[in-house]
Design a protein around this ligand. Sequence first.
Ligand code: DOR
Ligand code: ZN
Length: 335
Amino acid sequence: MKIVLTTPDDWHVHLRQGEALESYAQTHATGFGRVMAMPNTIPPLVTVEHLVEYRKHAESAASGLTVLPAFRLMPTTSAEDVAKLAQFGVPAGKYYPDGATTNSSGGLVHWRQIEEALAAMEEHDVVLSIHGENPSAPVLEREEAFLPVLAEIRQSFPKLRIILEHVSTAAGVHYVMEDQGPTAATITLHHLLFTLDDLLGGSLDAHLFCKPVVKTAADREALTQRILASDSRFFFGSDSAPHPVVKKQSGRAPAGSYSAPVLLPALAQWFEEHQALEKMQPFLCEFGAAFYGYEANTGRVILEKKNWEVPELVDGCVPLLAGTTLSWKVLRREG
Ligand code: DOR
Ligand code: ZN
C-alpha cells in the first residue's frame, strides 16, 4: 500500500544556523519541498542581506529544498524596513513576544511598538506570523491570554494576513474560526499526538517540552476536528525545533521538539487512524500554499506501508517518537 502526495510544504520550521543548519535542512528535504524557516536564530534574521545569505546557505546544503525565511519583527523594525523586505519578496514577518520561547529575548512587549511596521505589512501584503503566547500568563493559559492582542491587531489592520502559529488550544481554534479577516493557523504533529500527560504525567519527557506546551485532550480534539473538517484555514507547520541532546538532557531543557525525522510517516499514521487519508494532501500540500499565495509544488513524495523503528538519535538530537515503531515510511521523493 502506498500514499502519493504532491511534495508537501512545512510552513513553520527551525533550521538554526551555522554548520548544524546543513544537516537539519537535509533531513527536511527528504520529505518537503518548501519550508518557512523561522528567524529566531542567533543573531536573528532581520535584514534582506541576512535573509538572502541564510536562504543560500540552507538551499545549497539541501538539494530540492526551497527555503523561505521569515524576518523577525523587532521593536525597532520600521515601515521602511518592511517595504524593503517586501520588495525583495520576503513572504512573512515573525512576531515573538519578548521571552515567550527559545531565543525570543529582545522581542516585542506590546504590538503598538511595531504599529507602523504592521501597517506596512498590510500595505505590501506581507504575512504576519505570530507566536501567540502571553509569557506573563500561567503557562497553560498563555495562548488564550494572547488572543485579545490578535483581536486588537485585526481591528486595526482588517486586511493583514495573520497566522496564529502552532495553535494548541480550543480557544485558539475558536478564535481563528470566528475571525472575520484573513486569519489562519498552523498545526504541528506533536500537538495532534500528545497531551500534558505524555509530557509529565509519568516521567518528565524533555524531548516533548515545547512552546506552546502540549495541552489537554479537549484542546487536541479541537485541532483534530479542524483537520477532519478540511478547514483550509488550518494547515501544517511542524515547528520542528532541534536542540542537541546534551542541552535537552542538561536538567534545564530548552523548549522545542525535533519532529523532522518522523513527520510524514507519523502524519500518515494519524490520518489513517482517523480514516481520513484523503485529507492529508490538502492539509500538507495545498491549504498553506494557497494562504501564502503560492502554487502547489510540482514533485511527488511516495510513502509505503512498512514498519520501521525511529532511531534514538538523528542529527545529534533525540527525535520525536524515538524508539517507537511507525507503520509508514518515506519511500522516495520525485522532483
Ligand atoms: O518549542 C519551541 N521551540 N517553540 C518555539 O516557538 C521555538 C522553538 C525553538 O526555537 O526551539
Ligand atoms: Zn517555532
